[in-house]
Ligand binder design. Structure first.
Ligand code: SAH
Ligand code: SF4
Length: 361
């Protein structure tokens, strides 16, 4: 729904468009024409759909909204990580990150352009290290607002995106309905046509939704933000762990791997003195072995106003080598976004703070 209470045309699945056109007494093939204008030609108004009768264009404009998201800031350069800040029609800010030629992440070879997209404005889960949670939760993104991030970044950068990760602002599984709707549009041949294996959803550990996704036919990849190998560590930095502790989370992951062919990935941010001990590495290796999961280590990106920092390079490499010695497929991300504050939620936080300063000045 939009502010005016209308559904955005870009949120509809092909079957829904067909049903709608049937109700309007139009032939079914018009749905394919509309989907083509929206997701292939990527027009920004009904008036540009020139092979539709004028009366149909007017009727669609009466019934549906056709929102767009505006880029308000771009940080970074073309050959490195670029960060895009968008303003939504209701004034809220969200962000996406474009990462070129990412090194073998989530089972992908290099030479890919990966986009990291947001699913919510803010986040209600309040992980202690994360900028997205710092200002609390505002609202869920609608399916069209999720998909529009990809379209807008392709348009602005002139690049074709071939890999999508749901690791921007927000907890994707807390917006399950819009998430799965957006995935359908991104994945379908009539939509963006990006293969399910090139789509990764990251969760902080919503165990019931991990099971729910396991039961869906889609073959998207799953990343679980573990960040601690014991309840003691996870409780300290991730409030979600008090609802679904490690046992509950890992058994949901067991269920997931029993239903899907792909390996899941554990995301593990390395934070100095919090989760980077040898003991944590050994326990993490045990969890990863149980699930045949890969581990992606991410040195912590400092956030203004938060007390955490990344461990020394030595400590990071040591943690990695313990996992590897235990036979785990593990990578250490040499974080490209550090210089431009690319970790999720940071650009928005900074812009919100600047805008508040301007208002109070
Ligand atoms: N809510 C989901 C997806 C968005 S967060 C989740 O938590 O998985 C995407 C990833 O960015 C998560 O693994 C998160 O822990 C990580 N992240 C958040 N803040 C970070 C920071 N300051 N430095 C490095 N990674 C961070
Ligand atoms: Fe939300 Fe994920 Fe950030 Fe936790 S890490 S506050 S779940 S966006």
């Amino acid at each position: 729904m939009t502010r005016a209470g209308k559904i955005d045309i870009k949120s509809l699945r092909l079957e829904e468009l067909q049903e709608k056109l049937g109700e309007l007494g139009e032939p079914k093939y018009r749905a394919g024409q509309i989907a083509d204008w929206l997701h292939k030609q990527r027009v920004t108004s009904f008036d540009e759909m020139t092979d539709l009768p004028q009366s149909l264009r007017a009727e669609l404009a009466r019934q549906f909204s056709f929102d767009k998201i505006d880029i308000v800031r771009v940080l970074g350069s073309k050959d490195s990580t670029q960060k895009f800040l968008f303003r939504l029609p209701d004034g809220n800010l969200i962000e996406s990150v474009l990462i070129p030629a990412s090194p073998a992440l989530y089972g992908k070879k290099s030479d890919r352009r990966t986009i990291c997209i947001s699913t919510q404005v803010g986040c209600a889960y309040g992980c202690k290290f994360c900028a997205s949670g710092l200002e609390g939760f505002s609202r869920n993104l609608r399916a069209n607002e999720i998909v529009d991030q990809i379209i807008a970044v392709e348009r602005a950068s002139g690049e074709k995106i071939d890999n999508i990760v749901f690791m921007g602002m927000g907890e994707p599984f807390a917006n399950f309905e819009n998430l799965t709707r957006a995935i359908r549009i991104i994945n379908s041949p009539w939509g963006l046509g990006i293969g399910a294996r090139h789509i990764t959803v990251s969760t902080s550990g919503l165990a019931p939704q991990i099971r729910k996704l396991a039961d869906e036919p889609t073959q998207v990849r799953l990343a679980v933000s573990l960040h601690g190998a014991t309840d003691e560590v996870r409780d300290r930095i991730m409030p979600i762990n008090r609802r679904y502790n490690i046992d509950m989370l890992l058994s949901a992951c067991d269920y997931y791997t029993s239903r899907k062919k792909q390996r899941l990935t554990f995301e593990y941010i390395l934070i100095a003195g919090v989760n980077d001990s040898d003991e944590q590495a050994h326990l993490l290796a045990k969890h990863a072995r149980r699930l045949s999961a890969k581990v992606n280590l991410i040195p912590y990106n400092t956030v203004d106003g938060l007390p955490w920092s990344r461990p020394s390079r030595n400590r990071q490499e040591n943690f990695l080598s313990i996992l590897r010695a235990a036979g785990i497929a593990a990578t250490l991300r040499r974080e490209k976004g550090h210089d431009i504050e690319a970790a999720c939620g940071q650009l928005r936080l900074q812009t919100n703070r600047e805008e508040r300063r301007q208002i109070t000045a």
